[in-house]
Every structure is written in structure tokens, then in C-alpha cells.
Design a protein around this ligand. Structure first.
Ligand code: NDP
Length: 452
């Protein structure tokens, strides 16, 4: 029987090895640290998990594909981007995870996202493995025709690697309904197959699930509500700061309002908006989803209650709840100090890894309820899996049915994380609970399936 401290030493050695073997991938190192640093109690308690090679296999993607994506802009100039698909772990089902189009994308970013996705997907209790992909293409300012040509070129290579039983991509930053449409069209054309389950986040009427666009934001608010219930409170009357103004942020704001809370901010890479009356969602959707504009336009059109702050940190705005919904490492130690000083009660991650490790530590130490993304934002991928189920059955469920399933899944994820943390001596620590519970499910499947 290995002790907890011997196990911790082994895991620390493994982390050094991961940094050595994956140079210049700081986001992947960060994600690996975040998980492995919490596993000692479960590996010490269950000797089968100390089997040599198990965790080494878990941190090595099953397959990594990198490819050239050439495309022509509206003036006929040729651009060359880089495409990625990291198929990380398929012990529980086909690889599943979104595609990100953003200039900051590189292999390390995709690996961090793919690694997180393994545990997140396991926590949903559904049969989906972990993967992620994307490109350093920047869709901002590009015409529809340029985005279409880019998506077609991207899929002309990607189609070889995906399939409804193999790997099922979806959206992420820079990839929404428009991009999924162009990607699906090109897949169908090349393969000559109507294979609805190859992509999720599709449009209504051609295989998309109701509530998929809303699922990540709605799910995160349900997770925050469950954490607040543990503290004997609900969301009614609470104020919230939300970052981002994309898919996740918009439906986070919508669900907060539905549960009686008031989101007073949103942001994009140009700055943030504070609206003392609460964000007007119709106006925000018009600017972001229809006009594809910037958040300063919101403040201009909203009137006296709203102001735009260029640059700056949205976390300076006092509120009861914080729901980071933009990107990784957007909430740092100084932001956490400000939030704590302003009396924040809960932080729930809609984005992936938006809170730096130092900030997580500070928040937890101050007794703030902290919901890590791999649990709190799992509603999106969960409804993607429900979209796959509907595609396989060639049927479409009602919005009410999908929403009920989403609510049940989020409740179950919350209680799994909560109870697992308690079982391993870390009550109230959702990070430890999420990591251990996700790990147990994947590790058990990997052990049962042999050394592959
Ligand atoms: P969108 O592209 O719809 O929106 C992203 C938002 O974040 C935009 O407002 C964007 O502003 C802002 N943003 C992105 N990068 C940066 C940056 N480097 N600095 C400042 N602001 C930035 O993406 P989603 O809403 O889909 O995704 C948001 C987060 O949620 C990501 O972390 C994603 O991985 C995570 N997530 C998404 C899921 C989904 O179902 N879509 C599921 C689970 C997690 P700008 O337009 O100026 O770039």
C-alpha cells in the first residue's frame, strides 16, 4: 500500500516529465497540474490506480492531427492557417469536444482543452470520450464568404479523422451555428453521407437539438444555484458579474434573469460594460448575434444606465456572484482579491480554466464557493451528447424534455463532485471532487480495456 505522500511524490515526478516532454505548452502544463495535484488521495486509496503506466497513458493523447488550411480572402489573396484535432481519450466513447477558431490557438491550448474535456465528459455520466480542435484563424472582421471558404478548407482535411462513432466536434470560441453549418455542408458533400451525428450544435431543422445553444450558460447557472443552496441561499435577488458576450455569456445572463438574479456586466476583448439596471439581453443579442458588433455599441445604445470601460477588469465591479465566460486565465490573483474584498459568494466557471491556480486557491481559502469549469460548464457537452442520441434515433425532443435532462445532469454533476470531495477529505472543494470523480470513471474504463 503506497502512502498519500509517496503517491504525491510520484505524481510530482510525472508532472516534471510532462513539462519536459511537452515543451512550450504552458496551458497544457497548467491543466495537467490542476488535475494531478488533486489525485493523490484516490491513487493512494485505490492501489489499482497506481498501476505503472495508467496516468502516463491518460496524459498522452491517443492521436494528434495538425494540418494546413489554405483559403482565399475576398480579394483573392491566399492565407495559410494551421488546423488541429487532438483525440485525447476514447475509453468512454467517441472523442467529443469543440473546435476553437482564435488567433491564440496552438497545440498547447488545444491539448489543455482536450485534457479538461476527458474529465468533464466523464462527469456527465454519458458515453463520450475527450477531444478538442481548432485553428489559429481569426473570424473577426471576415465576411460570411471568407468564413465559409475557411470552414470548407478546414473540413476538407478534418473529415478523414472524424465520424459519428469516432470523433464528434462541436463549437467553441469563434465557432457557432454559422460555422457548424458550413463545416457540416462540406462534410456531407465530401463523404456523400447524411451523418447527422458527426457534428453537434447544428441548426434547428437539420439535426440540431433544441436548447443546445443555451446549454452551457444555463447549465453553469444551475451549477451556481446548487452551490448556493449548499450555503443555504438561492439566486433570487443576487447580482452577478459575467465576462464575455458570446454564446456562453449570453445564455448565462438569460438563465440568471430567469432565476431572479441580475447580471450587470458583459465584456469582450475591447473592454467591459456595466449596466446598473441589468443587461438588456435583446439588445446584447442584436449587437452580438445579429450584427457581430462590439460591446461598446451596447453602452452607446442602452442609455444612461450603462457605461463602457475600455480595457480594465470586469472583476472590479462588485457583485454576489462571478461567472467568467470568456477565455482561459481571465481571472487572476489580483482579481480574486478584489472579488473577495467586494464580498463575492460564489464563482462558477462558464469558460474553460478562466481562473488562474493562484486565484482559485485564494477564493477557496476565503470560503467562496468555487465551481470549476469541467463540472460547471459541462451542460454544453451534455446536451451535445443528447443531440447525438436524437440523431441516432432520427428524432427530435421537445425543448422541455432537453431542459429537464440538462437540469438532472447538472444536479447529478454537482452532487457527484460534492460527495466525492467529502469522501476524500476535502469537503466543499469542488475542484478535488470534480477531478477525482472524472478520473475514477475514465481510469476504471481504461483499466478494464487493457494497455492500449
Ligand atoms: P464565443 O466565441 O461565442 O465568445 C467568446 C467571448 O469571449 C467573446 O465575447 C470574446 O470577445 C471573448 N474572448 C475570447 N477570447 C478572449 C480574449 N483572449 N480576451 C478577452 N476576451 C476574449 O465563445 P463561447 O461563448 O462559446 O466560449 C466562451 C468560453 O466558454 C470558452 O472558454 C469556451 O472554451 C468555453 N466553453 C464553451 C462551450 C460552448 O458550448 N460554446 C462549452 C464549454 C465551455 P471577442 O469577440 O472580442 O474575442
Amino acid at each position: 500500500m503506497t502512502t498519500r505522500s509517496e503517491t504525491q511524490t510520484t505524481l510530482t515526478h510525472l508532472l516534471t516529465e510532462i513539462e519536459h516532454r511537452n515543451p512550450a505548452q504552458p496551458e497544457f502544463h497548467q491543466a495537467a497540474h490542476e488535475v494531478l495535484e488533486t489525485l493523490a488521495p484516490v491513487v493512494a486509496a485505490r492501489p489499482e490506480y497506481a498501476e505503472p503506466g495508467l496516468i502516463e497513458r491518460l496524459v498522452e493523447p491517443e492521436r494528434q492531427v495538425i494540418f494546413r488550411v489554405p483559403w482565399q480572402d475576398d480579394q483573392g489573396r491566399v492565407h495559410v492557417n494551421r488546423g488541429f484535432r487532438v483525440e485525447f481519450n476514447s475509453a468512454l466513447g467517441p472523442y467529443k469536444g469543440g473546435l476553437r477558431f482564435h488567433p491564440s490557438v496552438n497545440l498547447g491550448v488545444i491539448k489543455f482543452l482536450g485534457f479538461e474535456q476527458i474529465f468533464k465528459n466523464a462527469l456527465t455520466g454519458l458515453g463520450i470520450g475527450g477531444g478538442k480542435g481548432g485553428s489559429d484563424f481569426d473570424p473577426h472582421g471576415r465576411s460570411d464568404a471568407e468564413v465559409m471558404r475557411f470552414c470548407q478548407s478546414f473540413m476538407t482535411e478534418l473529415y478523414r479523422h472524424i465520424g459519428e462513432h469516432t470523433d464528434v466536434p462541436a463549437g467553441d470560441i469563434g465557432v457557432g451555428g454559422r460555422e457548424i453549418g458550413y463545416l457540416f455542408g462540406q462534410y456531407r458533400r465530401i463523404t456523400n453521407r447524411w451523418e447527422a451525428g458527426v457534428l453537434t450544435g447544428k441548426g434547428q431543422g437539420w439535426g440540431g437539438s433544441l436548447i443546445r445553444p443555451e446549454a452551457t450558460g444555463y447549465g453553469n447557472v444551475l451549477f451556481a444555484a446548487a452551490m448556493m443552496r449548499e450555503r443555504g441561499e438561492d439566486l433570487e435577488g443576487q447580482t452577478a458579474v459575467v465576462s464575455g458576450s458570446g454564446n456562453v455569456a449570453i445564455y448565462t445572463i438569460e438563465k440568471l434573469a430567469a432565476l431572479g438574479a441580475n447580471a450587470i456586466t458583459c465584456s469582450d476583448s475591447s473592454g467591459y460594460v456595466v449596466d446598473e439596471k441589468g443587461i438588456d439581453l435583446d439588445l446584447l443579442k442584436q449587437i452580438k448575434e445579429v450584427e457581430r458588433g462590439r460591446v461598446d455599441a451596447y453602452a452607446e445604445r442602452r442609455g444612461a444606465s450603462a457605461r463602457f470601460v475600455a480595457g480594465g477588469s470586469v472583476w472590479d465591479v462588485p457583485a454576489d456572484l462571478a461567472l467568467p465566460s470568456a477565455t482561459q486565465n481571465e481571472l487572476n490573483e489580483a482579481d480574486a482579491e478584489t472579488l473577495i474584498r467586494n464580498g463575492v459568494k460564489a464563482v462558477s466557471e462558464g469558460a474553460n480554466m478562466p481562473t488562474t491556480p493562484e486565484a482559485v486557491h485564494l477564493l477557496q481559502k476565503a470560503g467562496v464557493a468555487f465551481g470549476p469549469g469541467k463540472a460547471a460548464n459541462a451542460g454544453g457537452v451534455a446536451v451535445s451528447a443528447l443531440e447525438m442520441a436524437q440523431n441516432h434515433a432520427r428524432t427530435a425532443w421537445t425543448a422541455q424534455r432537453v431542459e429537464e435532462e440538462l437540469a438532472a445532469i447538472m444536479t447529478s454533476i454537482h452532487s457527484t463532485c460534492h460527495d466525492t470531495a467529502e469522501r476524500y477529505g476535502a469537503p466543499g472543494d469542488y475542484v478535488t471532487g470534480a477531478n477525482i470523480a472524472g478520473f475514477e470513471r475514465v481510469a476504471d474504463a481504461m483499466l478494464a480495456q487493457g494497455v492500449i
